[in-house]
Design a protein around this ligand. Structure first.
Ligand code: ADP
Ligand code: MG
Length: 712
């Protein structure tokens, strides 16, 4: 496809020129299309704009008016205050910007400006704007005075802004002020809108099915909204486009991983699966049965499985994975289980050996700590095929251990194991099926947006009779009492964690730090007890030693940072105190709390916030109230937004989601995914003529990433 008028460099647009082009580029606007995509960051309509006559002390207002006069007012303290008197059809009000005398140079008499901020009392009413924007420059404004609305005798103060007028505010910069952007956009908008229709990849019938506007009217609405409620529908269209192209990228990755080469169609004899079933002292939960059905179906198909298994700590994921491994073994293959730490690998191995005791299925633990002949013998059993289930850390795969016939790889704690490592597995021959487990459950729409290359199974039910970890929020003044309670548990022979947000104290933030508190607790509250410190900056073998000592009960109190989130399962540890809890995401707190829910003695988690802010209290109350990881993740999403989730998962690559908000547009993820997968199933390289437009936009958005994943 050739270049279109939308590819025209920004400098050739009306009203720009080479000098301003640079300022545009700094805002990310390089070509005409970018200008179209540079949509307002806020909208104010007449209903949110307060007529100046109605501005009252104590309000927080958004107002629009013309600068009638202005000047700098010195004060006795030396502070220089810039003041401007605004006028609209209803009256006048003073605006004051303490300490910003330079505004005298940027604001001119006759400018029409929009201000937002609190109204204070200072020789009368005074707006102190947090934000302001020049809507029209005095010299360029067609008519500097706003048209007053119709006056009726019943309302002595006429509306200053005609009903229906909407003020848009663009993301601007110092070099590129609001009024310049507004002018350039209004000079070019018509023309740009004429061309953007050619880039609409949704047919009218597809649009109707999704209830979305066409691309040209979406952009027209965003830049020139006829009413505020239309903005949402237009945003939804752009949100869909973002989600769709993200899914298209991920569908390419998925195709590459699951379809590019034949996978294994495992044959089920039921010999091992039935025996495990019969030996279980409990029945599987409905959720476990449901996800097993999905997994078995994937494994029976000739395509590779690329599936994520989500569920709270303790919901029985590992057992589900074990059944999947047995299916692989029944089919004549080996299965590998990779854990994030050696200790966890050992714990998995011990448990799995117990489950499989007496069954004809060799289990091998392969970790870095085994050396010499033992290691060689273990490797030989894996290469020779005697070992059917092999357990280790991620090094199992990364260091190229030789297998006889590796058919299934299960990855515990998938976030340590990224898309590229998963793709590397697809290069093996035969390419093993992949099941990744995550104990950080998230809402399905978010999971699908983040992991479009994976299919998702969720266990949303805990085995009957599980006691949730009792959770309390305690004010800092209760700290002593909390530690006394921990002491009583220690006296009963139980073990404890105390978790801190940072390792060392710093001047920047007043946070309790693990190192300092370790010293304090050792000689204070926990004097005479076995206390140890654990954090991420300790050498690996030192960390390992401490964890083993805690596991063995030689250490009773572990003072730690979030390193304990994964990597240790100690049933005797029943109590956890988390300091400066406001510093953690709710999902992270939940993950931490999972560490004391392992035994049958009823875990206790006490979170101590550093401050008393009401938003902190509200968040922690959610955490204390529910033990459902999905609900907690949804709350995290509501409170902190999706940035954290995408940031963590994409390792800083960013997803480019500017319009799509999973909370608002979550319902679009499924349809976007279905369509993307449909496109790729019919045209794996997205290279057919009929998909030329999709290819073009995909490359424009994700060119780099396509290359990174090797699917370009
Ligand atoms: P996860 O891996 O999700 O944290 P596990 O598979 O380790 O959970 O299971 C946690 C504990 O619950 C294990 O001791 C396991 O044997 C047990 N368990 C698993 N499924 C059930 C079930 N359906 N009923 C009762 N206990 C179960
Ligand atoms: Mg587990």
């Amino acid at each position: 496809m050739s270049l279109t008028p939308l590819d025209k460099p920004v400098q050739f647009l009306k009203g720009v020129g080479p000098r301003r082009a640079e300022a545009f580029q700094r805002l990310g606007i390089v070509c005409a299309r970018d200008l179209l995509h540079h949509v307002p960051r806020r909208y104010d309509d007449a209903s949110t704009i307060t007529p100046l006559a109605r501005v009252e002390v104590g309000m927080d207002v958004t107002a629009v008016g013309m600068v009638k006069n202005k000047g700098i007012v010195p004060t006795r303290s030396g502070l220089r205050i810039f003041q401007a008197v605004l006028q609209d059809g209803t009256g006048i009000v003073t605006c004051a910007w303490p300490g910003q005398p330079w505004l005298d140079r940027t604001l001119q008499v006759g400018d029409r400006i929009l201000v937002t901020g609190p109204v204070k009392f200072f020789h009368g009413r005074q707006i102190q704007p947090r934000e302001h924007a020049v809507l029209e420059r005095a010299s360029t404004a067609p008519s500097p005075t706003p048209t007053p609305g119709p006056q009726s005798p019943a309302t002595p103060q006429p509306a200053p802004t005609p009903p229906g007028t909407i003020f848009v505010t663009y993301p601007a910069s110092e070099q590129l002020p609001q009024w310049v952007l507004r002018r350039v956009i209004s000079l070019n908008l018509e023309q740009l809108l004429r061309h953007v229709g050619d880039e609409d990849h949704l047919t009218p019938s597809a649009r109707r099915a999704l209830g979305l506007p066409d691309l040209a009217s979406a952009f027209a609405t965003l830049h020139r909204p006829p009413s505020l409620d239309r903005v949402d529908a237009a945003t939804r269209r752009l949100a869909y486009d973002e989600l769709f192209f993200l899914q298209l990228l991920q569908a390419r990755v998925r195709y590459h991983a699951t379809r590019a080469r034949p996978g294994i169609a495992f044959e089920r004899t039921n010999e091992l699966i039935r025996a495990l079933h019969d030996s279980l002292p409990f029945t599987l939960t409905g959720a476990q049965v449901g996800v097993l059905r999905e997994i078995y179906a994937d494994m029976a198909s000739p395509h590779r499985m690329n599936r994520m298994l989500q569920g709270d700590v303790g919901c029985g994921k590992t057992l589900v994975a074990l059944f999947a491994m047995l299916l692989a073994v029944e089919g004549g293959y080996q299965a590998a289980l990779m854990a994030p730490t050696e200790i966890l690998a050992e714990q998995h191995a011990a448990r799995i050996r117990e489950f499989l005791a007496g069954l004809p299925c060799g289990v091998e633990l392969l970790t870095g700590s085994a050396t010499g002949r033992r290691r060689e013998e273990a490797r030989a059993r894996v290469a020779g095929g005697e070992a059917r289930v092999v357990i280790g850390t991620h090094a199992l795969i990364q260091e190229g251990v030789e297998f006889d016939a590796l058919g299934l790889v299960v990855v515990d704690e998938q976030h340590r194991f990224g898309v590229r490592q998963r793709l590397a597995l697809a290069e093996r021959d035969p390419a093993p099926d992949v099941l990744v487990m995550s104990a950080t459950p998230i809402p399905r729409s978010l999971a699908m947006a983040l992991h479009g290359d994976l299919d998702i199974s969720m266990i949303d039910e805990l085995p009957a009779g599980r006691r949730p970890v009792a959770t309390r929020v305690a004010g800092p003044e209760k700290r002593e009492e909390v530690f006394r309670e921990v002491g009583r548990r220690l006296d009963r022979g139980e073990q404890a964690y105390v978790v801190y947000p940072v390792i060392e104290e710093s001047e920047k933030a007043e946070l309790r730090a693990a190192e300092t508190e370790y010293d304090r607790l050792r000689s204070g509250e926990f004097a005479g007890r076995e206390v140890a410190l654990l954090h991420g900056r300790m050498p690996a073998d030192e960390k390992d030693r401490v964890m083993r000592a805690f596991l063995a009960g030689e250490i009773r109190v572990l003072v730690a940072t979030t390193v304990i989130e994964v990597g240790i399962d100690v049933a005797n540890a029943t109590v956890m105190v988390i300091e400066n809890a406001e510093r953690f995401g709710l999902s992270q707190l939940h993950q931490l709390r999972g560490r004391v829910g392992r035994g049958d003695r009823g875990g206790l988690c006490v979170v101590i916030p550093g401050g008393t802010g009401s938003s902190t209290r509200e968040r922690l109350a959610v955490f204390a109230r529910t033990s459902d990881g999905f609900e907690i993740a949804a709350a995290d999403l509501r409170i902190r937004g999706q940035g954290d989730f995408f940031g963590a998962e994409q390792h800083g690559h960013g997803t480019g989601l500017r319009f799509a908000d999973i909370l608002v547009h979550g319902d679009l993820v499924g349809p976007a995914r279905e369509r993307a997968r449909g496109v790729v199933d019919g045209d794996p390289e997205v290279a057919k003529e009929e998909n030329a437009l999709l290819r073009l936009v995909l490359e424009r958005r994700y060119g780099e990433r396509l290359k990174l994943f090797g699917v370009g």
